[in-house]
Design a protein around this ligand. Structure first.
Ligand SMILES: [Zn+2]
Ligand SMILES: [Zn+2]
Length: 527
Protein backbone atom coordinates (compact mmCIF):
# COMPACT_ATOMS: atom_id res chain seq x y z
CA UNK A 1 0.00 0.00 0.00
CA UNK A 2 2.93 2.31 0.69
CA UNK A 3 4.36 1.46 -2.73
CA UNK A 4 1.10 2.61 -4.23
CA UNK A 5 0.85 5.75 -2.11
CA UNK A 6 -2.38 4.75 -0.45
CA UNK A 7 -4.03 6.86 2.22
CA UNK A 8 -1.59 6.96 5.20
CA UNK A 9 -4.43 6.51 7.70
CA UNK A 10 -5.47 3.31 5.98
CA UNK A 11 -1.87 2.06 6.07
CA UNK A 12 -1.56 2.96 9.75
CA UNK A 13 -4.70 0.99 10.60
CA UNK A 14 -3.17 -2.17 9.11
CA UNK A 15 0.09 -1.70 11.06
CA UNK A 16 -1.81 -1.17 14.29
CA UNK A 17 -3.96 -4.23 13.70
CA UNK A 18 -0.84 -6.32 13.03
CA UNK A 19 0.77 -5.19 16.29
CA UNK A 20 -2.32 -6.27 18.25
CA UNK A 21 -2.90 -9.51 16.37
CA UNK A 22 0.62 -10.87 16.70
CA UNK A 23 0.09 -11.09 20.46
CA UNK A 24 -3.01 -13.31 20.14
CA UNK A 25 -2.17 -16.95 20.75
CA UNK A 26 -5.58 -18.52 20.03
CA UNK A 27 -5.82 -19.62 16.38
CA UNK A 28 -8.07 -17.31 14.34
CA UNK A 29 -9.85 -20.35 12.93
CA UNK A 30 -11.28 -20.86 16.42
CA UNK A 31 -12.13 -17.19 16.87
CA UNK A 32 -15.40 -15.67 15.72
CA UNK A 33 -15.48 -12.67 13.42
CA UNK A 34 -17.05 -10.59 16.17
CA UNK A 35 -14.30 -11.53 18.63
CA UNK A 36 -11.60 -10.57 16.10
CA UNK A 37 -13.34 -7.26 15.37
CA UNK A 38 -13.41 -6.60 19.12
CA UNK A 39 -9.60 -6.77 19.46
CA UNK A 40 -8.12 -3.34 20.09
CA UNK A 41 -6.92 -1.71 16.86
CA UNK A 42 -8.64 -4.21 14.55
CA UNK A 43 -12.22 -3.22 13.70
CA UNK A 44 -14.81 -4.64 11.32
CA UNK A 45 -13.12 -3.99 7.96
CA UNK A 46 -9.93 -5.86 8.86
CA UNK A 47 -11.88 -8.58 10.70
CA UNK A 48 -13.78 -9.19 7.44
CA UNK A 49 -10.48 -9.58 5.60
CA UNK A 50 -9.13 -12.04 8.14
CA UNK A 51 -12.34 -13.98 7.80
CA UNK A 52 -11.96 -14.03 4.02
CA UNK A 53 -8.42 -15.35 4.43
CA UNK A 54 -9.61 -18.14 6.73
CA UNK A 55 -12.56 -19.08 4.52
CA UNK A 56 -10.93 -18.92 1.07
CA UNK A 57 -7.19 -18.93 1.69
CA UNK A 58 -6.98 -15.74 -0.34
CA UNK A 59 -7.06 -12.05 0.39
CA UNK A 60 -8.47 -10.13 -2.57
CA UNK A 61 -7.25 -6.77 -1.21
CA UNK A 62 -3.69 -8.12 -1.25
CA UNK A 63 -4.05 -9.78 -4.65
CA UNK A 64 -5.22 -6.46 -6.08
CA UNK A 65 -1.90 -4.82 -5.14
CA UNK A 66 0.16 -7.87 -6.04
CA UNK A 67 -1.28 -7.86 -9.57
CA UNK A 68 -0.13 -4.30 -10.23
CA UNK A 69 3.35 -4.57 -8.62
CA UNK A 70 6.33 -6.08 -10.51
CA UNK A 71 7.81 -9.10 -8.62
CA UNK A 72 11.25 -7.41 -8.59
CA UNK A 73 9.80 -4.41 -6.78
CA UNK A 74 8.25 -6.72 -4.17
CA UNK A 75 11.67 -8.37 -3.83
CA UNK A 76 13.23 -4.96 -3.12
CA UNK A 77 11.16 -4.84 0.09
CA UNK A 78 13.43 -7.60 1.37
CA UNK A 79 16.47 -5.35 1.36
CA UNK A 80 17.09 -4.20 4.93
CA UNK A 81 17.12 -0.50 5.66
CA UNK A 82 15.52 0.38 2.35
CA UNK A 83 11.83 1.17 2.88
CA UNK A 84 8.79 1.31 0.58
CA UNK A 85 8.95 5.11 0.26
CA UNK A 86 12.36 5.00 -1.41
CA UNK A 87 11.43 1.97 -3.51
CA UNK A 88 8.36 3.85 -4.70
CA UNK A 89 10.53 6.72 -5.96
CA UNK A 90 13.00 4.40 -7.71
CA UNK A 91 10.23 2.43 -9.34
CA UNK A 92 8.14 5.38 -10.49
CA UNK A 93 10.85 7.95 -11.28
CA UNK A 94 13.52 5.69 -12.78
CA UNK A 95 11.21 2.88 -13.87
CA UNK A 96 13.48 0.31 -12.27
CA UNK A 97 11.73 -3.00 -11.68
CA UNK A 98 14.43 -5.52 -10.72
CA UNK A 99 17.28 -5.80 -8.20
CA UNK A 100 19.82 -6.18 -11.00
CA UNK A 101 18.66 -2.98 -12.70
CA UNK A 102 18.86 -1.18 -9.39
CA UNK A 103 22.47 -2.18 -8.79
CA UNK A 104 23.32 -1.11 -12.32
CA UNK A 105 21.64 2.27 -11.71
CA UNK A 106 23.74 2.74 -8.55
CA UNK A 107 26.91 2.05 -10.51
CA UNK A 108 25.82 4.63 -13.09
CA UNK A 109 25.13 7.21 -10.38
CA UNK A 110 21.57 7.59 -11.45
CA UNK A 111 20.20 7.87 -7.92
CA UNK A 112 22.15 10.95 -6.86
CA UNK A 113 19.75 13.52 -8.25
CA UNK A 114 16.64 11.68 -7.15
CA UNK A 115 14.42 13.36 -4.53
CA UNK A 116 15.31 12.11 -1.06
CA UNK A 117 18.53 10.46 -2.28
CA UNK A 118 22.13 11.63 -2.61
CA UNK A 119 25.65 10.33 -2.99
CA UNK A 120 25.67 8.87 0.54
CA UNK A 121 22.28 7.15 0.23
CA UNK A 122 23.32 5.69 -3.11
CA UNK A 123 26.57 4.35 -1.64
CA UNK A 124 24.72 2.79 1.31
CA UNK A 125 22.11 1.26 -0.96
CA UNK A 126 24.78 -0.15 -3.26
CA UNK A 127 26.47 -1.87 -0.34
CA UNK A 128 23.17 -3.30 0.86
CA UNK A 129 22.29 -4.51 -2.63
CA UNK A 130 25.62 -6.28 -3.03
CA UNK A 131 25.14 -7.91 0.35
CA UNK A 132 21.61 -8.93 -0.57
CA UNK A 133 22.67 -10.44 -3.91
CA UNK A 134 25.55 -12.27 -2.22
CA UNK A 135 23.13 -13.67 0.38
CA UNK A 136 20.65 -15.13 -2.11
CA UNK A 137 20.72 -18.91 -2.13
CA UNK A 138 22.12 -18.99 1.40
CA UNK A 139 20.35 -20.07 4.57
CA UNK A 140 20.80 -19.81 8.31
CA UNK A 141 22.46 -22.94 9.69
CA UNK A 142 19.64 -23.50 12.13
CA UNK A 143 16.94 -23.67 9.45
CA UNK A 144 18.78 -26.29 7.35
CA UNK A 145 20.40 -28.47 10.05
CA UNK A 146 17.25 -30.42 10.97
CA UNK A 147 16.35 -31.31 7.37
CA UNK A 148 19.97 -32.21 6.63
CA UNK A 149 20.15 -34.72 9.51
CA UNK A 150 16.77 -36.14 8.49
CA UNK A 151 17.86 -36.66 4.87
CA UNK A 152 21.14 -38.27 5.93
CA UNK A 153 19.23 -40.74 8.10
CA UNK A 154 16.69 -41.56 5.38
CA UNK A 155 19.46 -42.29 2.85
CA UNK A 156 21.34 -44.52 5.29
CA UNK A 157 18.16 -46.45 6.05
CA UNK A 158 17.39 -46.93 2.34
CA UNK A 159 20.98 -47.85 1.38
CA UNK A 160 22.41 -49.80 4.34
CA UNK A 161 25.19 -51.40 2.27
CA UNK A 162 26.46 -48.02 1.11
CA UNK A 163 28.03 -45.22 3.08
CA UNK A 164 26.47 -41.74 3.12
CA UNK A 165 27.39 -38.82 5.33
CA UNK A 166 26.46 -35.19 5.70
CA UNK A 167 29.51 -33.04 4.83
CA UNK A 168 30.46 -29.46 4.07
CA UNK A 169 29.17 -26.24 5.58
CA UNK A 170 26.32 -27.81 7.58
CA UNK A 171 28.68 -30.40 9.01
CA UNK A 172 31.05 -27.56 9.93
CA UNK A 173 28.13 -25.73 11.62
CA UNK A 174 28.77 -22.57 9.62
CA UNK A 175 26.28 -19.77 10.48
CA UNK A 176 25.45 -19.41 6.77
CA UNK A 177 25.08 -22.47 4.55
CA UNK A 178 24.17 -23.01 0.89
CA UNK A 179 22.20 -26.23 1.29
CA UNK A 180 22.62 -29.90 2.17
CA UNK A 181 25.84 -31.58 1.01
CA UNK A 182 26.00 -35.37 1.11
CA UNK A 183 29.00 -37.57 0.42
CA UNK A 184 27.95 -41.05 -0.68
CA UNK A 185 29.08 -44.28 -2.31
CA UNK A 186 25.53 -44.82 -3.64
CA UNK A 187 24.18 -43.73 -7.00
CA UNK A 188 22.53 -40.29 -7.04
CA UNK A 189 19.68 -41.31 -9.37
CA UNK A 190 18.86 -44.33 -7.23
CA UNK A 191 18.80 -42.13 -4.13
CA UNK A 192 16.47 -39.61 -5.76
CA UNK A 193 14.09 -42.40 -6.74
CA UNK A 194 14.15 -43.98 -3.30
CA UNK A 195 13.80 -40.97 -1.01
CA UNK A 196 10.46 -39.30 -0.36
CA UNK A 197 10.52 -35.53 -0.58
CA UNK A 198 13.75 -35.41 -2.59
CA UNK A 199 13.28 -34.04 -6.11
CA UNK A 200 13.79 -31.26 -8.58
CA UNK A 201 12.38 -27.78 -8.02
CA UNK A 202 9.62 -26.39 -10.22
CA UNK A 203 11.82 -25.26 -13.10
CA UNK A 204 13.90 -28.43 -12.95
CA UNK A 205 17.21 -26.74 -12.22
CA UNK A 206 17.88 -27.63 -8.60
CA UNK A 207 17.64 -30.77 -6.50
CA UNK A 208 15.77 -30.05 -3.27
CA UNK A 209 14.75 -31.58 0.02
CA UNK A 210 12.24 -29.65 2.19
CA UNK A 211 12.87 -26.68 -0.17
CA UNK A 212 16.64 -26.70 0.58
CA UNK A 213 19.14 -27.36 -2.23
CA UNK A 214 20.84 -30.77 -2.08
CA UNK A 215 24.27 -31.55 -3.52
CA UNK A 216 25.55 -35.11 -3.85
CA UNK A 217 29.15 -36.08 -4.14
CA UNK A 218 29.99 -39.61 -5.16
CA UNK A 219 33.13 -41.30 -3.90
CA UNK A 220 34.35 -44.90 -3.60
CA UNK A 221 34.54 -46.45 -0.17
CA UNK A 222 38.36 -46.77 -0.08
CA UNK A 223 38.88 -42.99 -0.06
CA UNK A 224 35.63 -42.00 1.69
CA UNK A 225 37.43 -40.72 4.80
CA UNK A 226 39.89 -38.63 2.79
CA UNK A 227 37.14 -36.96 0.79
CA UNK A 228 35.01 -36.35 3.91
CA UNK A 229 38.02 -34.81 5.64
CA UNK A 230 38.59 -32.40 2.73
CA UNK A 231 34.97 -31.31 2.66
CA UNK A 232 34.66 -31.00 6.44
CA UNK A 233 37.75 -28.87 7.04
CA UNK A 234 38.56 -25.22 6.35
CA UNK A 235 41.34 -24.36 3.92
CA UNK A 236 43.44 -22.93 6.75
CA UNK A 237 43.22 -26.23 8.59
CA UNK A 238 44.02 -28.39 5.55
CA UNK A 239 47.06 -26.24 4.72
CA UNK A 240 48.69 -27.37 7.98
CA UNK A 241 48.97 -30.93 6.65
CA UNK A 242 51.92 -32.05 4.55
CA UNK A 243 50.15 -35.18 3.38
CA UNK A 244 46.62 -36.42 3.71
CA UNK A 245 46.52 -40.24 3.86
CA UNK A 246 44.00 -42.27 1.90
CA UNK A 247 41.51 -43.72 4.35
CA UNK A 248 38.03 -45.17 4.56
CA UNK A 249 36.87 -42.94 7.42
CA UNK A 250 37.96 -39.74 9.15
CA UNK A 251 38.87 -41.36 12.46
CA UNK A 252 41.43 -43.67 10.86
CA UNK A 253 42.83 -40.74 8.91
CA UNK A 254 43.65 -38.94 12.17
CA UNK A 255 44.90 -42.24 13.65
CA UNK A 256 47.28 -42.75 10.73
CA UNK A 257 48.80 -39.33 11.41
CA UNK A 258 48.95 -40.02 15.16
CA UNK A 259 46.73 -37.07 15.79
CA UNK A 260 43.68 -36.68 18.04
CA UNK A 261 40.35 -36.53 16.19
CA UNK A 262 39.18 -32.96 15.59
CA UNK A 263 35.43 -32.28 15.30
CA UNK A 264 34.60 -30.84 11.84
CA UNK A 265 33.15 -27.62 13.33
CA UNK A 266 36.46 -26.92 15.07
CA UNK A 267 38.72 -27.57 12.04
CA UNK A 268 39.11 -23.88 11.39
CA UNK A 269 42.72 -22.90 11.97
CA UNK A 270 46.26 -23.93 12.78
CA UNK A 271 45.34 -23.67 16.48
CA UNK A 272 43.19 -26.81 16.20
CA UNK A 273 45.94 -28.54 14.23
CA UNK A 274 48.60 -27.84 16.88
CA UNK A 275 46.25 -28.85 19.71
CA UNK A 276 45.45 -32.09 17.92
CA UNK A 277 49.14 -32.91 17.42
CA UNK A 278 50.01 -32.22 21.05
CA UNK A 279 46.83 -33.88 22.32
CA UNK A 280 45.64 -30.69 24.00
CA UNK A 281 42.32 -30.20 22.21
CA UNK A 282 39.72 -28.38 24.34
CA UNK A 283 36.56 -30.21 25.38
CA UNK A 284 34.05 -28.21 23.34
CA UNK A 285 30.91 -26.97 25.07
CA UNK A 286 27.66 -28.91 24.60
CA UNK A 287 24.04 -27.83 24.88
CA UNK A 288 23.66 -29.96 28.01
CA UNK A 289 26.39 -27.86 29.70
CA UNK A 290 24.15 -24.79 29.66
CA UNK A 291 22.46 -24.39 33.04
CA UNK A 292 20.69 -21.05 32.79
CA UNK A 293 18.84 -18.98 30.20
CA UNK A 294 20.24 -15.46 29.98
CA UNK A 295 18.81 -12.47 28.07
CA UNK A 296 15.09 -12.92 27.50
CA UNK A 297 12.14 -10.66 26.83
CA UNK A 298 8.61 -10.81 28.23
CA UNK A 299 5.29 -9.08 27.61
CA UNK A 300 6.70 -6.17 29.64
CA UNK A 301 8.53 -5.13 26.44
CA UNK A 302 8.31 -6.92 23.06
CA UNK A 303 8.13 -10.57 24.13
CA UNK A 304 5.09 -12.75 23.49
CA UNK A 305 4.95 -14.49 26.88
CA UNK A 306 4.77 -13.35 30.49
CA UNK A 307 7.70 -13.57 32.91
CA UNK A 308 5.90 -16.44 34.64
CA UNK A 309 5.28 -18.37 31.39
CA UNK A 310 8.88 -17.92 30.26
CA UNK A 311 10.21 -19.07 33.65
CA UNK A 312 7.93 -22.13 33.65
CA UNK A 313 9.21 -23.09 30.20
CA UNK A 314 12.85 -22.78 31.36
CA UNK A 315 12.03 -25.04 34.31
CA UNK A 316 10.29 -27.54 32.05
CA UNK A 317 13.41 -27.68 29.85
CA UNK A 318 15.54 -28.43 32.90
CA UNK A 319 17.30 -25.11 33.33
CA UNK A 320 18.18 -23.90 36.84
CA UNK A 321 17.74 -20.17 36.40
CA UNK A 322 16.34 -17.55 34.08
CA UNK A 323 17.53 -14.00 33.47
CA UNK A 324 14.85 -11.57 32.34
CA UNK A 325 16.30 -8.67 30.34
CA UNK A 326 13.54 -6.60 28.78
CA UNK A 327 14.23 -3.45 26.77
CA UNK A 328 15.00 -0.13 28.42
CA UNK A 329 12.94 3.02 27.91
CA UNK A 330 14.69 4.40 24.80
CA UNK A 331 13.48 1.36 22.86
CA UNK A 332 10.00 2.88 22.49
CA UNK A 333 9.25 0.74 19.40
CA UNK A 334 9.70 -2.33 21.63
CA UNK A 335 7.66 -0.92 24.50
CA UNK A 336 10.83 -0.34 26.55
CA UNK A 337 10.40 -0.08 30.33
CA UNK A 338 10.07 3.20 32.21
CA UNK A 339 11.54 3.20 35.72
CA UNK A 340 8.06 2.63 37.21
CA UNK A 341 7.45 -0.43 35.11
CA UNK A 342 10.88 -1.83 36.03
CA UNK A 343 9.92 -1.60 39.71
CA UNK A 344 6.62 -3.30 38.94
CA UNK A 345 8.43 -6.13 37.16
CA UNK A 346 10.92 -6.52 40.01
CA UNK A 347 8.04 -6.90 42.49
CA UNK A 348 6.53 -9.57 40.29
CA UNK A 349 9.89 -11.40 40.12
CA UNK A 350 10.20 -11.27 43.94
CA UNK A 351 6.77 -12.87 44.28
CA UNK A 352 7.57 -15.57 41.73
CA UNK A 353 10.97 -16.31 43.30
CA UNK A 354 9.33 -16.74 46.71
CA UNK A 355 7.39 -19.67 45.26
CA UNK A 356 10.39 -21.54 43.75
CA UNK A 357 12.56 -24.12 45.44
CA UNK A 358 15.34 -25.01 43.01
CA UNK A 359 14.93 -22.23 40.52
CA UNK A 360 15.53 -18.50 40.41
CA UNK A 361 14.73 -15.57 38.19
CA UNK A 362 17.44 -12.90 38.06
CA UNK A 363 16.53 -9.25 37.55
CA UNK A 364 18.21 -7.81 34.52
CA UNK A 365 17.71 -5.31 31.72
CA UNK A 366 18.89 -5.03 28.14
CA UNK A 367 19.86 -1.40 28.52
CA UNK A 368 20.26 0.69 25.37
CA UNK A 369 23.64 2.23 24.75
CA UNK A 370 22.61 5.72 23.62
CA UNK A 371 24.16 7.57 20.71
CA UNK A 372 26.93 9.11 22.85
CA UNK A 373 27.73 5.86 24.66
CA UNK A 374 25.88 6.77 27.84
CA UNK A 375 23.34 4.36 29.28
CA UNK A 376 19.56 4.68 29.04
CA UNK A 377 19.10 4.86 32.85
CA UNK A 378 21.06 6.79 35.44
CA UNK A 379 23.79 5.04 37.43
CA UNK A 380 21.69 5.01 40.60
CA UNK A 381 18.86 3.27 38.88
CA UNK A 382 21.11 0.76 37.10
CA UNK A 383 22.24 -0.40 40.56
CA UNK A 384 18.75 -1.82 41.10
CA UNK A 385 19.36 -4.56 38.52
CA UNK A 386 21.29 -7.70 39.38
CA UNK A 387 22.74 -7.86 35.83
CA UNK A 388 22.93 -5.16 33.16
CA UNK A 389 23.28 -6.18 29.51
CA UNK A 390 24.36 -3.24 27.35
CA UNK A 391 23.30 -3.28 23.68
CA UNK A 392 23.09 -0.91 20.74
CA UNK A 393 19.71 -0.75 18.97
CA UNK A 394 19.57 2.71 17.43
CA UNK A 395 21.65 4.82 15.03
CA UNK A 396 23.28 1.72 13.58
CA UNK A 397 24.88 3.58 10.69
CA UNK A 398 28.26 4.37 12.21
CA UNK A 399 31.84 4.28 11.11
CA UNK A 400 34.27 2.15 13.09
CA UNK A 401 35.57 4.95 15.26
CA UNK A 402 32.10 6.06 16.33
CA UNK A 403 31.04 2.47 17.03
CA UNK A 404 34.21 1.74 19.03
CA UNK A 405 33.82 4.88 21.14
CA UNK A 406 30.18 4.19 21.82
CA UNK A 407 30.90 0.62 22.93
CA UNK A 408 34.00 1.53 24.93
CA UNK A 409 32.10 4.09 27.00
CA UNK A 410 29.42 1.49 27.79
CA UNK A 411 32.00 -1.18 28.64
CA UNK A 412 33.87 1.20 30.95
CA UNK A 413 30.66 2.05 32.82
CA UNK A 414 30.96 0.11 36.12
CA UNK A 415 27.20 -0.59 36.09
CA UNK A 416 27.28 -2.78 32.95
CA UNK A 417 28.15 -6.49 33.04
CA UNK A 418 27.45 -8.15 29.69
CA UNK A 419 28.02 -6.66 26.23
CA UNK A 420 24.99 -7.64 24.09
CA UNK A 421 25.26 -8.54 20.35
CA UNK A 422 28.48 -6.52 19.72
CA UNK A 423 27.89 -5.63 16.03
CA UNK A 424 24.07 -5.87 15.84
CA UNK A 425 24.43 -7.76 12.54
CA UNK A 426 21.57 -9.76 11.01
CA UNK A 427 23.00 -12.62 8.97
CA UNK A 428 21.82 -12.66 5.34
CA UNK A 429 19.97 -9.38 5.93
CA UNK A 430 22.20 -6.67 7.35
CA UNK A 431 25.91 -6.27 7.93
CA UNK A 432 26.72 -5.08 11.42
CA UNK A 433 28.38 -1.74 12.08
CA UNK A 434 32.17 -2.13 11.85
CA UNK A 435 34.02 -2.53 15.15
CA UNK A 436 37.62 -3.18 16.14
CA UNK A 437 37.01 -6.56 17.73
CA UNK A 438 40.41 -6.81 19.42
CA UNK A 439 40.05 -3.36 20.96
CA UNK A 440 36.57 -4.16 22.27
CA UNK A 441 37.60 -7.54 23.65
CA UNK A 442 40.64 -5.95 25.36
CA UNK A 443 38.34 -3.40 26.98
CA UNK A 444 36.00 -6.16 28.16
CA UNK A 445 38.98 -7.95 29.72
CA UNK A 446 40.09 -4.79 31.49
CA UNK A 447 36.59 -4.05 32.80
CA UNK A 448 35.56 -7.56 33.80
CA UNK A 449 32.84 -7.61 31.19
CA UNK A 450 31.29 -10.78 29.77
CA UNK A 451 30.57 -10.84 26.02
CA UNK A 452 27.33 -12.24 24.70
CA UNK A 453 27.20 -14.74 21.89
CA UNK A 454 23.68 -13.86 20.84
CA UNK A 455 22.30 -17.28 19.87
CA UNK A 456 19.53 -16.07 17.59
CA UNK A 457 20.43 -17.98 14.36
CA UNK A 458 20.23 -14.70 12.43
CA UNK A 459 22.71 -13.00 14.77
CA UNK A 460 25.36 -15.36 16.23
CA UNK A 461 27.12 -12.19 17.33
CA UNK A 462 29.96 -12.18 18.76
CA UNK A 463 31.17 -13.95 15.64
CA UNK A 464 32.71 -17.35 16.50
CA UNK A 465 36.03 -16.40 14.87
CA UNK A 466 36.68 -13.94 17.73
CA UNK A 467 36.10 -16.44 20.52
CA UNK A 468 39.74 -17.68 20.54
CA UNK A 469 40.95 -14.11 21.11
CA UNK A 470 38.39 -13.56 23.89
CA UNK A 471 39.51 -16.79 25.56
CA UNK A 472 43.15 -15.78 25.26
CA UNK A 473 42.27 -12.55 27.11
CA UNK A 474 40.27 -14.42 29.75
CA UNK A 475 36.91 -12.94 28.71
CA UNK A 476 33.93 -15.21 29.40
CA UNK A 477 31.21 -15.77 26.82
CA UNK A 478 27.50 -16.00 27.62
CA UNK A 479 25.38 -17.99 25.12
CA UNK A 480 22.12 -16.05 25.15
CA UNK A 481 18.94 -16.95 23.21
CA UNK A 482 17.55 -13.38 23.35
CA UNK A 483 14.21 -15.22 23.40
CA UNK A 484 11.11 -13.18 22.58
CA UNK A 485 8.85 -16.21 23.10
CA UNK A 486 8.98 -19.63 24.79
CA UNK A 487 9.93 -21.51 21.62
CA UNK A 488 12.97 -19.29 21.06
CA UNK A 489 14.72 -20.59 24.18
CA UNK A 490 15.94 -23.40 21.91
CA UNK A 491 18.09 -20.87 20.04
CA UNK A 492 20.68 -21.80 22.67
CA UNK A 493 21.50 -24.84 20.51
CA UNK A 494 22.46 -22.67 17.52
CA UNK A 495 24.60 -20.58 19.86
CA UNK A 496 26.38 -23.66 21.17
CA UNK A 497 27.16 -24.79 17.59
CA UNK A 498 28.76 -21.41 16.83
CA UNK A 499 30.61 -21.44 20.16
CA UNK A 500 32.09 -24.87 19.40
CA UNK A 501 33.58 -23.45 16.20
CA UNK A 502 35.44 -20.94 18.34
CA UNK A 503 36.66 -23.59 20.78
CA UNK A 504 34.54 -22.49 23.74
CA UNK A 505 34.67 -24.72 26.81
CA UNK A 506 32.10 -24.90 29.59
CA UNK A 507 34.61 -23.37 32.00
CA UNK A 508 34.68 -20.18 29.94
CA UNK A 509 30.93 -19.99 29.37
CA UNK A 510 29.10 -17.77 31.85
CA UNK A 511 25.78 -19.60 31.78
CA UNK A 512 27.34 -23.04 32.09
CA UNK A 513 27.62 -22.09 35.77
CA UNK A 514 25.03 -23.74 37.95
CA UNK A 515 22.50 -21.71 39.93
CA UNK A 516 24.67 -21.39 43.03
CA UNK A 517 27.82 -20.38 41.12
CA UNK A 518 25.86 -17.97 38.98
CA UNK A 519 24.29 -16.45 42.10
CA UNK A 520 27.77 -15.91 43.52
CA UNK A 521 28.87 -14.22 40.32
CA UNK A 522 25.83 -11.94 40.49
CA UNK A 523 26.62 -11.11 44.13
CA UNK A 524 30.18 -10.24 43.16
CA UNK A 525 28.84 -7.61 40.74
CA UNK A 526 27.23 -5.64 43.53
CA UNK A 527 30.52 -4.70 45.23
ZN1 LIG B 1 19.05 -6.48 21.57
ZN1 LIG C 1 17.21 -8.64 23.42
Amino acid sequence: MELHKENPFKIRSYSNAYLSLRKIEKPFTETSKEEIAGIRGVGKAIADKIHELIETGNLSAYQKYEAITPPGVIEMLGIKGFGPKKIQVIWKELEIETIGELLYACNENRLIDLKGFGLKTQATLKKQLEYYIDSRGKYHYDSVAGSAAELEEKINRAFPDDKSELVGLVKRMMPEVKGIEILTTADEQEIIEAIDGLGMNEDGTLLQYNTYPVFFNKVDSTSFGTEAFKQNSSEDFIECFETIPVSTDEQSLFDALQMAYVHPEYRESSIAYEQSKSNTLPTLIETSDIKGVVHNHSTYSDGLHSVDEMAMECMRLGYEYFVISDHSKAAFYANGLSEDRVIQQMDEIDQLNAGYKDFRIFKSIECDILNDGSMDYGDDFLKEFEIVIASIHSNLKMDMQKANNRLLRAIENPRTHILGHPTSRLLLAREGYPIDHALIIDACAANNMVIELNANPARLDLDWSWIPYALEKGVKISINPDAHSKDQIRYIEAGVCAARKGGLTKEMCLNAMNRVEFGKWVDSLQD
